[in-house]
Write a protein that binds this ligand. Sequence first.
Ligand code: AHG
Ligand code: MN
Ligand code: MN
Length: 355
Amino acid sequence: MKQELISIQRYVGMEARKFPQATGEFTALMTEIVLTAKVISSQVNKAGLIEILGKTGETNIQGEEVRKLDEYANDLFLHILKYSGHVCAMASEEAEELVQGPHYSNSGKYVVLLDPLDGSSNIDANVSIGSIFAIYKRVSPAGQPGELRDFLQPGKDMIAGGYIIYGSSTMMVYSTGQGVHGFTLDPSVGTFLLSHPNITLPSKCNIYSVNEGYFHRWHEGVRHFVDHCKGSGPEPLEKPLSARYIGSMVADFHRNLLYGGIFMYPGTINAPLGKLRLMYEANPMAFLLENAGGYASNGYEPILEVNPSELHERTPLFMGNRDEVLQLEDFVKRYNPELVESYFANKDNGKAIAT
Ligand code: AHG
Ligand code: MN
Ligand code: MN
């Protein structure tokens, strides 16, 4: 046989054994996430066949339409993790409040944050979607239900983060801070197999990904930077980058991770903090990127340094090749110094970020 077959469970176990104090609880938790991913993957593949498509007519707490597959993925993740015994509480983009488990889960060491289905507006169009997870160690004492403070930790304290992409194949990509590893689901045996060990971001940034429909609603620094990517504006790149935007962050991220690129979701005049959620979307992706040699910023400072103030907080997001993201920060500093000043002034006052 040319290459050894390594299942994701074996790989997670191998990594955990490097820590002498590991109890096997993290490996068991990852096994539950893998199981959930496989079930969601099979449902996503059947989405066009069974009557699962279409809107439910309800809105989530972000005021967005919820589709049936969102609900399904949310319920499944929460249900499986709730009864695993390894998680003392969970938070989901689709749930207003923290979700706590039965009494035996109070001994769980971890909390999990979820975007159960990312890119859900793409389901009907058969376009790639994903699930995102972030795992932290609880900071509250064991033996009681998890609390808000267990979740309001900066991204840099994450124990593990990752995503599942339901695309031309289903892949799971995760990091525990020891590199970024990708596994492809072999549906015939129902196992994720190591296919992309030690993913590192290509050194060259080839792609920029942003919804340019909002161009005129961005502040000057971002507008000039996007023009720069296109080889136009006051500081044009000599050779323009390619534009690629799917509208499913997981899919846009995954492509840029493999090909080299920068993904942006800036704040706008109408929505100064943008659309994406710090805890469910930005932090896990930032954690992966930094482990793959890239960088993620809110335009002012590293995403992973931000101290969250509430569960469903939104953040502007710029992530990809380090040099390009640093350049974006530099554009913002030079073209919008007033924003940088107010950001850090608000931060010193302990307020939510400004743009
Ligand atoms: P979700 O489906 O979890 O609500 O996330 C959708 C997000 C993200 O996946 C994507 O990058 C972004 O919405 C696209 O938004 P625009 O349509 O405004 O570009
Ligand atoms: Mn999302
Ligand atoms: Mn979602």
